[in-house]
Design a protein around this ligand. Structure first.
Ligand code: AHR
Length: 531
């Protein structure tokens, strides 16, 4: 009997082959929401980098790959489904070498340049301003243009804005018309430089603050267009940069950016593999993802000193997991696979951004297609949806909904790999363990309550009860309960098996007397709506 006892106890705590962890209760204050989750947190980023645009989005009208006006039909349809609110272009580092005049006019006449940042490949400029702005129109996203400050001039930038947005009779507006576009475009999001502390010019904060003031002066509002100006902000731990920019230019900016890349491996030189990594790299990846909360919190503290009314937005205009490039690919193309771990890094990062909805109102995951934490991967005429794609699809319920405040005492779990994780600038996160769940709860304008809940534990099921206070909920919205999971923490979709990781109906949900109880399997995400 004594020998059988441990097995008996193990059986008692087993649920569907998984250990059943202790339960968590989350109190939801449904009548106390004050902040809106801005849909622009769910933005995308497409740079002239590797196969991100060429092959991934743009194949040209003569391609054998089915396309609409030169854009891959499969990718267009996939992107439309995500209801992407904004898309950032042309970089990234590429932006600070880009001359917009190279990318207009007949494609055959456009100059060939070298993409010196990304693999040294020839850039034929067949995808330029018109192609990008048409892409944004086709997928229903607002364009976010990133202007060249590092190697460009205020005059070049100013002329680009005039070309795109002026509705009168000027040489540049007429050139736009000659090139096939009568109506001016509406451009709202306008970035002034990118990573100006690094690839965008290796500037000091003081120098960039002056450059920002200069360039933004010539970022003019033509006709009825109104620019929302985004200053190039810091990289994860660089609080001094934010401090200087806020002090010197707070009156001249609408937003300041912040970039944070999650690195699961040893550091910048060995970021860790994107496939077949097992539980240690899962743990380290999730833990590194959590650093985002610390960065946002501390940048916000700096911003609050100069802008207590919170007029200036903190724009996470590059974020996501960055791993080693896939073997056999050009290292300058930043190609990586996308696992259930990466999906959970996306969900917890979005939860963190949602929870900072008072300041974070714009964000762009890096990047949309074939680069870093992509939504879709392509190979010839094939396309697959990544686990991260499904997260963005499941989180659509939160677009422009009211963030509901919650109270929860969430347990943490720890492992033998619980060493401090490193960020790009070597910050160490010392808090032991990671929380077992992450979530966002929101209420839309019809009063429906939407929940996204991630079980971050690699081995244990989590039972989570949401106690809804301040609203009456009668039922689970039919068809709303979905689960995203995989056989292992490094489960992926491949071109041979593209639907291994995809949302399925979720049945382990019970709503009784205003309490919703979910039994969420290990390493998975659930979305569910109540009315
Ligand atoms: O997203 C890839 C690169 O990461 C961007 O070009 C740059 O801004 C950042 O360092």
């Amino acid at each position: 009997m004594t020998k059988l006892l441990p097995a008996f106890i193990a059986l008692l705590f087993t649920f569907g082959g998984q250990a059943l962890a202790q339960s968590t209760t989350v109190i939801v204050n449904a009548d106390q929401g004050e902040l809106t989750i801005d849909e622009h947190i769910y933005g995308q980023f497409s740079e002239h980098l590797g196969r991100g645009i060429y092959e991934g989005i743009w194949v040209g009208p003569d391609s054998e790959i089915p396309n609409q006006e030169g854009y891959r039909t499969d990718v267009l349809n996939a992107l439309k489904e995500l209801k992407i609110p904004n898309i950032r272009w042309p970089g990234g580092c590429f932006a600070d070498e880009y001359n917009w005049r190279d990318g207009i006019g007949p494609r055959a006449d456009r100059p060939k340049r070298i993409n010196s940042h990304w693999g040294g490949v020839v850039e034929d400029n067949s995808f330029g301003t018109h192609e990008f702005l048409r892409l944004a129109e086709l997928i229903g996203a607002e364009p976010y243009i990133s202007a060249n400050v590092g190697s460009g001039t205020p005059a070049e930038m100013n002329k680009w804005i005039e070309y795109m947005t002026y509705d009168g009779d000027s040489e540049l507006a007429n050139l736009r018309r000659e090139n096939g576009r009568d109506e001016p475009w509406k451009i709202k999001f306008f970035g002034i430089g990118n990573e100006s502390w690094g690839c965008g010019g290796t500037m000091t904060a003081d120098f960039y603050a002056n450059q920002y003031r200069l360039f933004q002066t010539f970022a003019k509002n033509y006709s009825d267009n109104r620019l929302f100006k985004i200053a190039s902000g810091s990289n994860d731990i660089e609080y001094e940069w934010t401090e200087t920019l806020m002090r010197e230019a707070v009156q001249e900016m609408d937003a300041i950016s912040l970039h944070y890349y999650t690195i699961p491996g040893q550091g910048w030189d060995n970021k860790g593999p994107s496939t077949d990594f097992g539980e240690e790299m899962y743990y380290r990846g999730i833990k590194a993802g959590l650093l985002l909360d610390e960065f946002i919190t501390r940048h916000k503290t700096v911003m609050d000193r100069y802008d207590p009314e919170k007029k200036v937005v903190l724009a996470l205009d590059e974020w996501g997991i960055w791993t080693n490039p896939l073997e056999g690919t050009n290292p300058g193309f930043l190609e990586q696979q996308n696992t259930i771990r990466d999906a959970l890094i996306a969900s917890l990062s979005l939860d963190i951004m949602n929870s900072h909805a008072d300041r974070v109102k714009l964000a762009n995951i890096a990047q949309t297609v074939n680069v870093l934490q992509a939504m879709v991967l392509t190979e010839g005429s094939n396309m697959l949806l990544t686990p991260t794609y499904h997260v963005f699809n499941m989180y659509k319920v939160h677009h422009n909904a009211t963030l509901l405040p919650v109270y929860a005492n969430i347990k943490r779990y720890t492992t033998e790999w619980d060493k401090p994780v490193v960020s790009r600038f070597d910050l160490k996160l010392d808090e032991p363990g990671i929380p077992v769940i992450s979530h966002t709860v929101s209420k839309d304008e019809d009063g429906k309550i939407h929940l996204t809940v991630s079980n971050l534990h690699p081995n244990d099921t989590q039972e989570v009860t949401f106690e809804i206070r301040g609203a009456t909920v009668n039922k689970i919205l039919q068809g709303s309960a979905k689960l995203l999971t995989g056989n292992s923490v490094d489960a992926i979709n491949t071109f041979d098996n593209p639907e291994q990781v995809q949302p399925e109906a979720f049945r382990n949900a019970e709503l009784k007397n205003g309490k919703l109880t979910l039994k969420i399997p290990k390493h998975s995400l659930v979305v569910i709506s109540l009315e």
